[in-house]
Every structure is written in structure tokens, then in C-alpha cells.
Design a protein around this ligand. Structure first.
Ligand code: FAD
Length: 446
């Protein structure tokens, strides 16, 4: 190794570590292979050692040791991130947060939770008092709350509450800095956005305070339509019905549902589908809004227990995964459509790439407006063509969060890290040891 790992383990004392090469290599990966470009670019990436802190004191000890020895430190939790978010580009320590779990406290509408807590486990705990998270990624069953805040953007529930970046959706974050004498900082409200989707480059999150929503019995529903336009219009009507309590409104074009193995009987040949999660008392309202449009092919209580596959595992980033299970020739994009010309924009892009960019939309609320983000399936040919498709979207006012690049800056339209996050990094990680390479515009200040 290019780093003094023996000196590191001496400083770590009894903090649990894993040095087995096979395990370290395996856990140095995430879902980067969704991108054929990153699959090639990152295939050799591996850390030198896994450190498994048991509590915040262990995190502080590890951060201090890495700072002293100038060893890169990449935080890893559930490992479900895309685009190599949790992959240690320059090797060093992989900090596995999954032993730092549990609810610190809970009161009506708010939970304080340790960052490594699995999201399904968290929801099961808060449900005991009839609350649940406002939103979760479709990886709820395997991802952690810290990984969601540090790497994700929104998901199931965002049709009602918007994304993680909206005020009120992250109430506070507690972080450890990476310095020879690490500090513990409490970031509240706006300040907590400094760690949202920063890929763990702006501090190690140990606790989060998250808002909760009333818990409902959710019903998973699929409706099938002759055309994608009809599925989209039905979805739009549901998304705009503020009185209908919902968590998911997802129009998907044929042939994508043809790859939904276990749901085959609910996905008729040639039909577009609309996937929804509706609170049970509003199912009748949902049907009334459909008003005879489409055919309901699936309707059952959403179940997440062992052996049960909730419908949300066919939505968000799982839609692409269902297809990738049997065919690696496709990839995907992440889009945000303009809310003020949504239907026109969706139709325009469909006409531009028939049979090449296959529509999968997610209705969301964004800054108070209903619009769609999208994770279309893309039939992949070359990197040049993929970049051309991205540029053609951007030129027509569709925002692209490029999932085929590793750095925060290249992934965003602005081609630079959020200024606030960049300035904050200089304070909390002055040597640039946290997940190096992800915030590309950062230059070490010490
Ligand atoms: P990891 O993958 O382990 O880490 C993600 C990032 O967060 C890394 O950069 C890591 O360094 C950092 N990190 C993790 N923990 C901490 C911490 N305690 N402190 C500081 N940094 C930390 N994302 C969505 O937003 N919505 C979705 O619906 C969604 N669906 C997905 C579906 C699939 C099939 C896949 C593969 C991915 C999906 N994602 C989605 C992306 C990913 O699942 C989410 O970002 C997820 O919440 C990551 O959690 P994790 O615990 O697996 O984090």
C-alpha cells in the first residue's frame, strides 16, 4: 500500500477492522456498473482497509488517525449508491458505518437517529407510534439513512414532500470533522444541506434528525394503458390531487415492464403502466380519478417483510435494475423536466429518441410545483452518443444529473460543487482526505 496502514492500525487500538483483501475489494464497490462508462473506469478501485466504528468515539479516533497519517477516508454504508459514490478512488480507509445504528430519540413528527441505521428498520421503529419517514429511496430495505442523506436525492414520498434538499426535509445533522483533533458539529436546518448529496466529502455524519409523516396502510397499485401518453395523463391527475394521500406515481413505457419478471401477469404485452402507492382510505378516490381510463392489473397491501417485494422496488432506480438483471446492454439517465411545460417537454423528448430513450417518469413535487424527474432506460451504443443524448436534453431545457461521471461537479448542470459545500469542506476536511476525487474543485488548504 502507498499508505502507512500498520501505523494506522496501531493508532486505532481496538476499533474493529477488516484487512481481508477479498472482502475489502468487494466492499469497495457500489452500483457503479449501471454505467458502462464507469464500469470500465472504476473496475480496479479498491481501498486498503475497512474500519468498522462501533460508536462516535471510534469515528473520532479513526478521523484523527487518518488526519495524522494523511490517509484518505471514504465513508461507506449500505453500498447501494450509484456512480461510485462510495468507492475509494485513491484507496485508503473505507469507513463502514453500518454498526452505528438505532434511534436516539423520537417525538411526534421527528426522529433523531444514528447514521448507519437501515431505513426499513427505522420505519419499523417509528411506525410503532404511527409515524414513518416522509420519503425513502427505493433501496429502503438495504440502504442507511446516512447514505440516503449523503448520496441520495429523494424517492418514494417525493411526490408529496419534494426532495431532501427542500427546507424542512433534513432537520439536523451531527458530523465529525477530519483533523488531527476532530470536532463534532451540529448542523441545523439550512446548514444541514452542507452534507446533503455531498458524497461524504464534507464530514462524517453520525446522527440525523429527520421529519416524519403520518404512517398509512399503503396499497400497491398497477394500472395498464394502451399508450404512454394515457399513463402519463392519469399519473398527472393523481399527482395533482392533493387530497389523495400517495407516495408513488410512476408512468413507465412498454417495453420496460416486459422485464418485470415476477410482475409479468400485471404487465400486459405492449401496454404502458402506471405504478402507484396510495393510502388505503383513498383508493376509491384514486379509482374515481382514473375514471375508467386504463385497467387495474395489480392491487394489494404494500409489504416489505422477508420474501415480500414491495412495488417500489420496480420504481425509481429499481426500474433500470429490473431490466439490467437479464440484459446489460442498456443504461440510464437522471432527468428533471421543466414544470411549466411538462407534457410538451416529455412529448418532445420521446419524439427525439424513439426506441432509444425509453420513458420512465417519477412524479415529484419540486419547489412547490408538480413536475417529473425521470430515469429513462437508454439503449447504449457509444460514450459519444450518450453524451450527445445528454446535450440534446440540456439544450431543450431538461436538467440532466449525469450518472456516468464520478465527481459532484460533472454530475451537475453547474459543473461546480455547490459553493457552500466547497467552502464548508475547507473548514471540516482541510487536507481533502474525505472521499478524494468526488469534489473535484477542492484544493487542500493544509
Ligand atoms: P452508500 O452507497 O454506502 O453511500 C452513498 C454515499 O453517501 C457515498 O458517497 C458515501 O461516502 C456517503 N455516506 C454514506 N454514509 C455516510 C455518512 N454516515 N456520513 C457521510 N457520508 C456518508 N437514491 C435516491 O435518492 N432515491 C432512490 O429512489 C434511489 N433508488 C435506488 C435504487 C437502486 C436499485 C440503486 C442501486 C440506488 C438507488 N439510489 C436512490 C441511490 C442509493 O440507493 C441511495 O443514495 C441510498 O440511499 C444510499 O444509501 P447507502 O446506505 O447504500 O449509502
Amino acid at each position: 500500500s502507498r499508505y502507512p496502514i500498520d501505523a494506522l492500525t496501531a493508532l486505532l487500538g481496538d476499533v474493529p477492522i477488516i484487512t481481508d483483501r477479498t472482502i475489502v475489494r468487494r466492499r469497495s464497490r457500489d452500483f457503479f456498473w449501471y454505467s458502462p462508462i464507469l464500469a470500465e473506469e472504476l473496475k480496479a478501485v479498491a481501498g486498503d482497509i475497512i474500519v468498522r466504528p462501533r460508536d462516535e468515539a471510534d469515528v473520532i479516533r479513526t478521523a484523527a488517525a487518518c488526519a495524522k497519517l494523511r490517509i484518505p477516508l471514504t465513508v461507506r454504508a449500505g453500498g447501494t449508491g450509484n456512480y461510485g459514490q462510495a468507492m475509494p478512488l485513491q484507496g485508503g480507509v473505507l469507513l463502514d458505518m453500518t454498526d452505528i445504528t438505532g434511534v436516539v430519540w423520537q417525538k411526534p413528527g421527528v426522529v433523531r437517529v444514528r447514521a448507519g441505521t437501515n431505513i426499513l428498520a427505522l420505519d419499523q421503529t417509528t411506525r410503532e407510534t404511527n409515524y414513518e419517514l416522509r420519503m425513502h429511496p427505493s433501496t429502503k430495505r438495504t440502504a442507511t439513512i446516512g447514505g440516503f442523506v449523503a448520496g441520495g436525492s429523494g424517492g418514494v414520498g417525493s411526490v408529496t414532500y419534494g426532495g431532501l434538499r427542500e427546507p424542512g426535509n433534513i432537520l439536523a445533522a451531527r458530523i465529525v470533522t477530519v483533523e488531527e483533533e476532530p470536532r463534532v458539529l451540529e448542523l441545523r436546518q439550512d446548514a444541514a444541506q452542507k452534507v446533503n448529496r455531498a458524497y461524504g466529502t464534507t464530514g462524517i455524519i453520525t446522527e440525523l434528525e429527520m421529519p416524519l409523516a403520518p404512517a398509512w396502510p399503503w396499497i400497491d397499485v398497477i394500472a395498464a394503458f394502451d399508450t404512454f401518453e394515457e399513463a402519463f395523463e392519469a399519473g398527472r391527475a393523481i399527482a395533482h390531487a392533493d387530497g389523495v394521500v400517495k407516495k408513488l406515481v410512476t408512468p413507465i413505457a412498454w417495453p420496460i415492464p416486459g422485464y418485470f419478471g415476477s410482475l409479468k401477469s400485471a404487465c400486459p404485452e405492449g401496454k404502458a403502466i402506471l405504478i402507484s402507492m396510495i393510502a388505503e382510505p383513498f383508493l376509491e378516490s384514486f379509482r374515481a380519478i382514473l375514471g375508467g381510463r386504463g385497467t387495474i392489473t395489480y392491487e394489494r397491501p404494500s409489504e416489505e417483510g422477508p420474501g415480500k417485494v414491495p412495488l417500489y422496488e420496480f420504481a425509481w432506480n429499481h426500474t433500470t435494475l429490473q431490466w439490467l438483471k437479464t440484459d446489460r446492454s442498456i443504461t440510464y439517465l437522471q432527468l428533471l423536466y421543466p414544470h411549466d411545460r411538462l407534457a410538451e417537454s416529455v412529448a418532445e423528448m420521446m419524439a427525439l429518441f424513439p426506441d432509444e430513450v425509453l420513458p420512465h417518469l417519477e412524479f415529484i413535487r419540486f419547489a412547490g410545483n408538480i413536475t417529473c424527474s425521470a430515469l429513462p432506460v437508454v439503449r447504449y451504443s457509444t460514450p459519444e452518443r450518450l453524451n450527445e443524448i445528454i446535450a440534446m436534453h440540456e439544450a431543450r431545457g431538461v436538467f440532466v444529473a449525469n450518472p456516468h461521471v464520478v465527481s459532484l461537479e460533472d454530475g451537475s448542470r453547474h459543473k461546480r460543487a455547490d459553493a457552500d459545500q466547497l467552502g464548508f469542506k475547507a473548514d471540516v476536511d482541510p487536507m481533502g482526505l474525505l472521499n478524494p476525487g468526488k469534489m473535484a474543485s477542492f484544493v487542500a488548504v493544509r
